[in-house]
Write a new protein. Structure first.
Length: 327
């Protein structure tokens, strides 16, 4: 008989590729009109990784709509800069923005950090687990210490903070735990084995935590999965050794603008969308392929991966040169 599963996969991917991404964005923005500005103002939001990139922009957009903020990261001076700008662009007052210096890998400090936010604001409505670092190195060349460091930061650091904040949310029977995952939490990618593993771990963790807190209908677990977004992420990637910095930054201009990613993230957050893929094509299409026709996705990734690895080895920025070549 006809290969129905195969035909089903083909038509599904075709329909998804053609329509759903556009529908999704349209729907997200329509949802925004109805509830974005109603749900978030006045909510106390704790943002980790607020000193640069997506977390910084998120802080500005939340400040503008009037959400009191706790801002965390390791670099206090950068958090001061972000706070200053938040105050300039919003009607928030000095006491509405609390700086909480925090190293996600220093888990013994997470309880006292949580207490200091609670002491200041009396509640935490939304925790945005955003702090994290990516990776740019081949597994065969990379120290296992790097894998340990990535998991300590992206995975254990995130779930440790979540544990303290969730205790408080369970007492109140309400709150949102929002995690900046990635399309890399859904698919694989060469040169990012450890990063993908940490984001897959988060995906598995939060998808399993959600049913554990289902008895509290007002507690939501939200996974945001952006594709490539403009930020400092490439400057800060892990490489072959924990202390080795990335020398090859490349051109980031083809990536999604930070403000658009944050805007779509806020809409997802306001509407309790459990998993939002926030990405431009071709990355979004690869997500759909990965979901509905993984065998093809693996084949495709082997091909794309070859170019990426070749570029990386020859010292050209892996993503940008592939993007230029394919566009
Ligand atoms: N940009 C993308 O293409 C993209 C795509 C998908 C997902 N994401 C995710 O988005 C999140 C934000 O990344 P980004 O793109 O905005 O990169 P970024 O500009 O490098 O920002 C990373 C943030 O994480 C903080 N951070 C790093 N190590 C930390 C530690 N040990 N303890 C506490 N905070 C730490 C940094 O602050 P300090 O250095 O001051 O500590 C910084 O504020 C990450 O989870 C990333 O995986 C990014």
């Amino acid at each position: 008989g006809p290969p129905w599963p195969l035909l089903w996969s083909i038509s599904r991917v075709f329909l998804e590729y053609l329509e759903i991404p556009r529908l999704l964005e349209r729907d997200l923005l329509r949802l925004k009109e109805s509830s974005f500005s109603l749900v978030l103002p006045g909510k106390v939001v704790w943002v980790t990784g607020a000193s640069s990139g997506i977390g910084e922009e998120l802080s500005y957009q939340l400040a503008k709509i009037g959400s009191p903020l706790a801002l965390s990261a390791r670099r206090e001076n950068e958090l001061e800069r972000v706070k200053k700008k938040c105050l300039e662009i919003s009607s928030l007052s000095d006491k509405d923005i609390l700086i909480v210096p925090l190293d996600l890998t220093n888990r013994s400090t997470h309880e006292s950090a949580t207490q200091s936010v609670l002491k200041h604001f009396g509640k935490i409505d939304i925790l945005v687990n955003n702090g994290g670092r990516s990776q740019r190195s081949l597994f065969v060349d990379t120290s296992i210490d790097v894998y340990n460091a990535i998991m300590e930061l992206n995975y254990l650091g995130t779930i440790s903070l979540t544990k303290h904040v969730l205790d408080h949310m369970i007492q109140r029977k309400k709150g949102k735990i929002v995690t900046m995952n990635s399309v890399m939490g859904i698919m694989g990618a060469p040169l990012a084995t450890g990063y993908c593993a940490s984001k897959h771990a988060l995906q598995g963790f939060f998808n399993s935590l959600r049913p554990e807190v289902a008895e509290y209908p007002e507690i939501s677990i939200i996974n945001l999965c952006p594709g490539p977004v403009q930020s400092q992420i490439i400057q800060n990637v892990f490489t072959e050794e924990v202390s080795k910095v990335n020398a090859n930054i490349g051109d980031q201009s083809h990536k999604m603008p930070t403000d658009r990613c944050v805007r779509l993230g806020l809409v997802s957050m306001a509407n309790d969308i459990k998993e939002a893929w926030i990405s431009d094509n071709p990355y979004l299409a690869v997500c759909y392929l990965w979901q509905y026709a993984p065998t093809w996705a693996w084949w495709l990734l082997n091909r794309i991966g070859k170019t990426r690895i070749k570029n990386f080895k020859s010292g050209v920025d892996a993503d940008v040169s592939y993007y230029k070549k394919s566009s």
